[in-house]
Design a protein around this ligand. Structure first.
Ligand code: C2E
Ligand code: CA
Ligand code: CA
Ligand code: CA
Length: 279
């Protein structure tokens, strides 16, 4: 085969133009994604570290585009945010997660909470709590089964508004977690005033706890601080038995990661629920 010199160069010569056109492709395909039914949710299990009990699932958005193939949320969520589609997509995610919860309820499984990721645009909607209350009602799902995850930067963007929003969500009985904890700049005084349920310790710290004594120190400090504030902790991105042993010894409450279970379609998540029921 002949080497395509032009292709080899493209990445160096015109990275900006290529990025802009990729962005436009994504945007127009994303506009059609909902109508074409190209979105789905995967569910990743979360386990208690002591008892190894299934605590719940995180819902993670998947997009298989007819035109572009499978696209990672790391790539398309920022596009959806910048082109204003995130509210519609976020709404679909919430509805779909609640639909799944009500299917599990109808099938007679002991219910476990499902966590949904919220982007900044969604979190700052003034009627968010009302919309969620209506959606819970429509699907006949108990508020305690819904958890929202927001990153530190989303929560700290407008902390006074966040304070009100979190109080309204808390009043509904919904749980709220801070996602990717440790990567942003939370103010401790706000952390104390926000109505939160848990801190999800970012994968980047968990990845290095066995080799890196600084990351170990950070994770220890986060676990102790969370305890002092009455918050639960969940370690993200758990991949090895060594990490599992260390986090359990430190008193981290829960974990999620490839070692325990990868994000999977609802059918596989149902199998986890079933295994839990007979265990
Ligand atoms: P996130 O909320 O921090 O989600 C965790 C990510 O880590 C997921 O990537 C998950 O598949 C991955 N992960 C889980 N366990 C492991 C592990 O043991 N090792 C490694 N290396 N990775 C692990 P995913 O599904 O690609 O999602 C990436 C990000 O996209 C999410 O990060 C979240 O910020 C965003 N996202 C996903 N779904 C939604 C959604 O419905 N709405 C919004 N606003 N954002 C979403
Ligand atoms: Ca998350
Ligand atoms: Ca995370
Ligand atoms: Ca490190």
């Amino acid at each position: 085969a002949k080497r395509d010199g032009k292709n080899t160069w493209r990445g160096f010569r015109a990275p900006l133009r290529d990025r802009a056109s990729r962005q436009m492709l994504l945007e127009s395909a994303l506009h059609r994604a909902l109508a074409r039914d190209e979105l789905s949710l995967h569910y990743q299990p979360q386990f208690a570290l002591g008892s190894q009990q299934l605590l719940g699932f995180e819902a993670l958005l998947r997009w298989h585009s007819e035109d572009l193939g499978t696209v990672s949320p790391v790539e398309f969520i920022p596009v959806a945010e910048s082109c204003g589609l995130i509210a519609m997509i976020g709404d679909w995610v919430l509805q779909e997660a609640l639909r799944q919860l009500s299917r599990w309820q109808a099938a007679g499984f002991a219910p476990v909470p499902v966590a949904v990721n919220l982007s900044a645009a969604q979190f700052l909607q003034s009627d968010l709590a009302e919309r969620i209350a209506r959606a819970l009602d429509a699907h006949a799902v108990d508020a305690a089964l819904l958890e929202l995850e927001l990153t530190e930067s989303v929560a700290m963007q407008r902390p006074e508004e966040a304070l009100e929003q979190l109080a309204a969500l808390h009043a509904l009985g919904i749980r709220v977690s801070i996602d990717d904890f440790g990567t942003g700049y939370s103010s401790l005084s706000y952390l104390k005033r926000f109505r939160l349920d848990r801190l999800k310790i970012d994968r980047s710290f968990v990845a290095d706890i066995v080799e890196d004594h600084e990351d170990r120190a950070i994770v220890e400090a986060v676990i102790r601080m969370a305890g002092a504030l009455g918050l639960k902790t969940l370690a993200e991105g758990l991949e090895t038995p060594e990490q599992l042993a260390w986090l359990t010894a430190q008193g981290c409450d829960a974990a999620q990661g490839y070692l325990l279970g990868r994000p999977a379609p609802a059918g596989e998540a149902t199998a986890w629920l079933r295994a839990q029921a007979v265990a």
